[in-house]
Design a protein. Sequence first.
Length: 94
Amino acid sequence: MLGGLTRFTLVPALALVLVAAACSSGGDYPESAETAFTAACVAQPGASASACECVFAELEERLTYEEFRRVDTAVLVGEEVEGGERRAVLDALA
């Protein structure tokens, strides 16, 4: 968990906060990571594909792929995300 937020509350919040027009992906994450993230994100109420792609681009810019995997795993199993990884995710929401 991320400060008490679960993946199911975090993803819609991320999608609503960011503006898709300001995003561009281009990092070195595998395409399968973006596809899986976007699919899970758009399944949340109120989320759009463009907003989810924007969220992914923000995370990709702030976290290495290994950090992203650690955060994703922690959220999935209900563990706390701490330190720099937590800060990076929160910054992606701003």
